[in-house]
Design a binder for this molecule. Structure first.
Ligand code: HEM
Ligand SMILES: *[C@@H]1O[C@H](CO)[C@@H](O)[C@H](O)[C@H]1NC(C)=O
Length: 318
């Protein structure tokens, strides 16, 4: 190396770097092709969250449901057609996943600024980060360069996403299947510090199905979630502060006020109890661990390079 001209050394180093970066995401992916991207997304999310704070939660859940089903590839955004059944109509998403219109609005603003350049998968990753931060949560650097899927998988959506009746061991193994540890799972579950849930997903827990529940809390929830009817009646997942991204969720769990059976499984005498206790008293530790785990979630099997496409309309393939 010492005898090679500098330019050759640089070239060699660059090609090593390029190789290492193959299939990898990068924070500067659009810095020359769409320099205003992050400003456009941030201000659109600020508007959407000002109009309806819950939207930050709905977008965050979309990102989780996108990434857990064949990677963060925007597949959840594809509409069903007469000849195509995608993820929107899968069990965990049907009549539940929301926020698609906000992603459409952001996408059209991004298209106006930088035509056919930015993927729907990357827009969802940025909008998610901004929504969390706008409700008082942490911020983080979003890795970019994901491309959009040309397909979606209803069966993978049905089998890869955990349900609200899941046990701790099921939750741990479903996250392990995505390369995420039990502690990543516990940190990511803190997403339930914002947003709302339908009665049908927690009725069993508040009507006698669970013993590990705060009786006062159960009675409160039964007021709007009766034994029969009211399936889609909403309740905040964090009883304390559903539009503030804080550590209230973990305080709820310690007080036996988890809304879903699956939430309370994180604090039910098992391996995650100590971490739940730590997060319940140390909001800064939760915020830092959540941000790290969100970056890992965002790195799940992205399509990169010439795989997939940059969709022009997030609802349909080009
Ligand atoms: C650990 C296993 C998990 C289970 C069993 C679970 C289950 C659920 C269920 C049943 C709902 C209510 C949906 C409805 O009523 O329509 C919900 C809402 C929500 N989930 Fe999860 N979830 C889990 C993990 C996560 C993760 C990892 C995130 C994000 C990182 C997340 C983010 C959210 C958000 C923000 C909402 C509220 C959405 C809104 O208000 O529109 N969840 N979850
Ligand atoms: C039940 O929840 C109330 C607040 O709703 C709280 O004051 C109380 O300490 C909780 N009880 C237990 C046993 O955790």
């Amino acid at each position: 190396m010492a005898f090679l001209p500098n330019s050759l050394v640089t070239l060699a180093l660059l090609s090593i770097l390029a190789c290492a970066a193959q299939g990898q995401l990068s924070a500067s992916f659009y810095s020359t092709t769409c320099p205003n991207l992050q400003t456009v997304v941030r201000s659109a999310m600020a508007q959407a969250v000002a109009k309806e704070p819950r939207m930050a939660a709905s977008i965050l859940r979309l990102f989780f449901h996108d990434c857990f089903v064949n990677g963060c590839d925007g597949s959840i955004l594809l509409d069903d057609t007469p000849t195509f059944t995608g993820e929107k109509s899968a069990g965990p998403n049907a009549n539940s996943a929301r926020g698609f219109d906000v992603i459409d609005t952001i996408k059209s603003q991004v298209e106006a600024a930088c035509k056919a350049t930015v993927s729907c998968a990357d827009i969802l990753a940025l909008a998610t980060r901004d929504g969390v931060n706008l409700l008082g949560g942490p911020t983080w650097t979003v890795q970019l360069g994901r491309r959009d899927a040309r397909t979606a998988s209803q069966s993978a959506a049905n089998s890869n996403l955990p349900g609200p009746g899941s046990s701790l061991s099921t939750l741990i193994s479903m996250f392990a299947a995505k390369g995420l540890s039990a502690s990543d799972m516990t940190a990511l579950s803190g997403a339930h510090t914002i947003g709302q849930a339908q009665c049908q997903f927690f009725r069993g827990r508040i009507t006698g199905g669970d013993t590990n529940i705060n009786a006062t809390f159960a009675a409160l929830r039964r007021q709007t979630c009766p034994m029969t009817g009211g399936n889609s009646n909403l309740a905040p997942i964090d009883v304390q502060s559903p539009i503030k991204f804080d550590n209230g969720y973990y305080q709820d769990l310690v007080g036996r006020r988890g809304l879903f059976h699956s939430d309370q499984e994180l604090f039910n005498g098992g391996s995650q109890d100590s971490l739940v206790r730590l997060y319940s008293t140390n909001g800064a530790k939760f915020a830092a661990d959540f941000a790290k785990a969100m970056i890992k979630l965002g790195n799940l099997s992205p399509l990169t390079g010439s795989n997939g496409e940059v969709r022009l309309n997030c609802r349909k393939v080009n």
